[in-house]
Write a protein that binds this ligand. Structure first.
Ligand SMILES: Nc1ncnc2c1ncn2[C@@H]1O[C@H](COP(=O)(O)OP(=O)(O)OP(=O)(O)O)[C@@H](O)[C@H]1O
Ligand SMILES: [Mg+2]
Length: 405
């Protein structure tokens, strides 16, 4: 027994019993104490291991879920064209093809026009999604409250009056039209050479009516967003109605509304669809809705007549090259903030026959550069003459490039 008592009692590796060597036999209470201490250490360890295991389990679950997702085939995004039965529908894929397929049981409340996800192979509708309508369209168009005012436009007096009559008056005083009993045009078409102030006019009228200006470029609608053009047009008008009073400005409208040739290529069909949607939208809103449409083009002759039929963009406004008076006005606008010395504007404009507004602005900028290069803080007649020369030369080079490649 005594021998047993002298034996070192090792309860676990975690307890250091070295100093038990020289001590006398531990009493029962000491043993209990030690056991309790050891117990504490063990349970602390246990807790740590348990925590660690929970963390690892979580990591495992996450990774295996990720792995599962990676193994799954992607789903196609499609639109519901018509619900045929409770669980069958005709869907349209972005490439325009239509399919008749099943709607999986869990998918509830789908209706025509909804965006859904479909299985790649069976094309079964497996989920309804909301891709944030409206949000998407706002990425594709420029929405702004323009700063350009009537004061920033030189010349174009008649054009300004006309656009005021067609766009500003109905937006500001719809009651006038109701009283007289006529319907104002829904929009106008501005046509004329590049750089003559079409965009400027559209922005100025948006500002004067305090309307939201939504700018879309026709060629972008059909090129960048292949397969989406028609849907985008629809959403643009929905956005305009939400933000009313609003002006939808469609630049390069010829890209959409060029006379339709029956080539039947898919690109052609796509443009047609977008164009038809535009016509439908134009027909869809009322004249006195707070939405007006302004189209702009450099190529009136190739435009499809459907767009300028009554009830659509039935007011045409030509924005041509400025005459002498116009050029002087434009030059005044652009030299307003410039530090001029002995500059005779009248003489300058006779040097700028056939210049557009944009070119006159370029002349002013170039003249400023000539002064800067010579370290002057004012701009003289000579600077302008050199600038005119430069702009003219650049214009001619541009023309040559167009014709001779
Ligand atoms: N009548 C004008 N008065 C003052 N500035 C003008 C005028 N016309 C053009 N400009 C100047 O030229 C720039 C380009 O004009 P704008 O963008 O309106 O031309 P545009 O007719 O829309 O041309 P495009 O057909 O190429 O789109 C304007 O920002 C403005 O600075
Ligand atoms: Mg423009």
């Amino acid at each position: 027994m005594a021998k047993d008592n002298n034996k070192k009692v090792v309860y676990s590796e975690t307890v250091d019993l070295d100093n038990t060597n020289n001590t006398t036999t531990p009493t029962a209470t000491e043993n209990v104490q030690k056991l309790e201490e050891e117990n504490k250490v063990l349970s602390r360890n246990l807790r740590r291991v348990e925590e660690e295991s929970a963390m690892l389990r979580e990591l495992f679950n996450k990774t295996s879920a990720e792995l599962n997702n990676l193994r799954k085939p992607a789903l196609l995004v499609a639109d519901i064209v018509t619900i045929v039965d409770k669980n069958k529908a005709v869907i349209k894929l972005p490439n325009g093809n239509k399919f008749y397929c099943y709607i999986v049981d869990d998918v509830k409340n789908v209706s025509n026009g909804d965006t859904v996800l479909v299985d790649q192979k069976s094309l079964n509708v497996v989920q309804k999604v909301d891709l944030g309508e409206g949000l998407e369209v706002e990425k594709y168009v420029i929405i702004e409250k323009p700063n350009e005012s009537w004061k920033d436009i030189g010349g174009l007096g008649e054009e300004i009056n006309e656009i005021k009559e067609v766009i500003e008056l109905p937006l500001k005083h719809p009651e006038l039209f109701k009283k007289i009993g006529i319907q104002p045009p829904k929009g106008v078409l501005l046509y004329g050479p590049p750089g003559t102030g079409k965009t400027l006019l559209a922005k100025a009228v948006a500002r004067s009516t305090d309307a939201t200006f939504i700018e879309v470029v026709g060629s972008e609608l059909v090129q960048k967003f292949i397969g989406e053009g028609a849907k985008l047009v629809k959403e643009i008008f929905a956005l305009a109605r939400r933000k009313a009073p609003a002006i939808v400005f469609i630049d390069e409208i010829d890209a959409l509304a060029a006379t339709r040739m029956e080539t039947g290529t898919s690109g052609e069909r796509e443009v047609n669809r977008t164009f038809m949607q535009l016509l439908a939208e134009l027909d869809g809103f009322k004249c006195l809705d707070n939405v007006k449409v302004i189209g702009a083009t450099n190529m009136l002759p190739i435009l499809d007549r459907a767009i300028i039929r009554p009830g659509r963009l039935d007011r045409l406004i030509e924005v041509g090259l400025p005459n002498e008076e116009g050029r002087l006005e434009i030059l005044k606008v652009h030299t307003k903030g410039m530090n001029l010395k002995n500059v005779k504007l009248k003489e300058l404009i006779s040097e700028m026959v056939d210049f557009t507004g944009a070119e006159i602005r370029a002349v002013c900028t170039e003249a400023g550069y000539f002064a800067i290069r010579e370290n002057r803080d004012h701009i003289g007649q000579e600077d302008f003459l050199l600038a005119i020369e430069k702009v003219r030369r650049e214009e001619e080079e541009e023309q040559d490039k167009k014709f001779f490649g």
